[in-house]
Ligand binder design. Sequence first.
Ligand SMILES: C[S@@+](CC[C@H](N)C(=O)[O-])C[C@H]1O[C@@H](n2cnc3c(N)ncnc32)[C@H](O)[C@@H]1O
Length: 224
Amino acid sequence: MAGAPQNLSKQRLSKPRDKKPRSPDKLMKQFSKACERNREPIGDVLQKVLPDGEEVTVLEVGSGTGQHGVAFARRFPRILWQPTNRPGRLESIKAWRREADLDNLLPPLCFDLFDESAPVEGADMVVAINVIHIAPFEATKQLFHHAQKLLEPGSPIFLYGPYRFRDRPLELSNERFDGFLQRRDPKSGLRLFEEVDQIADEHGFTHVETRRLPANNDAIWWVR
Ligand SMILES: C[S@@+](CC[C@H](N)C(=O)[O-])C[C@H]1O[C@@H](n2cnc3c(N)ncnc32)[C@H](O)[C@@H]1O
């Protein structure tokens, strides 16, 4: 009996393939598409904001997957990048770092903004990318509190993410994102730039510039 026409493409798909075992690091490494998209434009702004000199130490708060540390340590060989994250969230950062094998990318340290003290004694710059709309509002005060202790006068703190601005209607994409964040966790949500700036001011920081970047995000920096 002539059999029914066979679905060859299905057969091909179901054929067992030779699979290379994935290395432990590949399994640990988390991947953020947003990081891949924003590292170039953020890096272009960092180029302007990074303090002069060799071995400039940058403390990154809320390093997420660890991709930004790899990208910026590679792009700026003169900086020493110190990634950090909350307890239990260092494995991906470690895996990206091991794979990148860069001398100027330090092993990640455990740091929650609500910790009493920072994991380092000083830094030349503090960076927090997509952190303050995820953490509760009080975390922004903590961020500037730590930055004030860590940074010398003249040193910058650099934030990137989506913000509200008093004099600017909120973009539809950011309105939706804010709704999503608040449904997921009522303590998170887009921060009002003017409130963040007020906190910065209370901790001795002066706003330098706000730079619009793609996808309705802003890079904002202050100096102590
Ligand atoms: C949306 S992720 C961004 C990660 C990474 N910076 C990026 O842009 O891909 C938010 C990050 O903030 C961190 N975070 C949230 N609350 C924090 C807190 N209280 N202290 C320190 N980090 C915090 C999270 O662990 C996470 O790494």
